[in-house]
Design a binder for this molecule. Structure first.
Ligand SMILES: [Zn+2]
Length: 143
């Protein structure tokens, strides 16, 4: 069934480093790029490889799994922010060997350097047309 017949879409809330498949049952996924010359991954996508300086970058799905490289806990609410304090801003060392960043809003006590972490996608609200607005967040993988 196409979006034209259902009318409702899943859309990123803002500039997103992820892809939302048209199939409503398919999970969104992070996207970066991979160098066609040396195989190194980058996030966000870029034109020139930082490893070999070639311009053979191709979009690449990223697992969204990795470990916490660094983090800070935010306690000061910013005006117009959709994320409520407290939350953690994390730099994630992804399995693919590149880094990305994001927020953690649950189980902040378990955020630590080296902790296993994974991305997930959450509807934050609907827009005026009833479309689901989606964001990506991270959560610590509980053992
Ligand atoms: Zn390269």
């Amino acid at each position: 069934m196409s979006e034209a017949t259902t009318g409702k879409k899943r859309l990123p809330l803002r500039r997103a480093g992820f892809v939302i498949p048209e199939d409503p049952k398919a999970e969104p996924y992070l996207v970066g790029c991979k160098c066609g010359n040396c195989g190194k991954y980058f996030s966000p996508p870029r034109v020139i490889c930082l490893n070999c300086a070639e311009q053979q970058m191709e979009p690449a799905a990223l697992s969204g799994k990795g470990t916490v490289y660094s983090y800070t806990i935010v306690h000061q609410q910013l005006p117009f922010s959709v994320v409520q304090v407290p939350y953690a801003i994390v730099i994630v060392a992804l399995e693919e060997g590149c880094q990305t960043h994001g927020v953690v809003t649950v189980n902040l006590d378990s955020v630590a350097v080296g902790a296993p972490i994974e991305v997930y996608f959450e509807k934050v609200r609907e827009d005026d047309e009833g479309n689901d607005l989606i964001v990506n967040k991270f959560r610590i993988v509980q053992k």
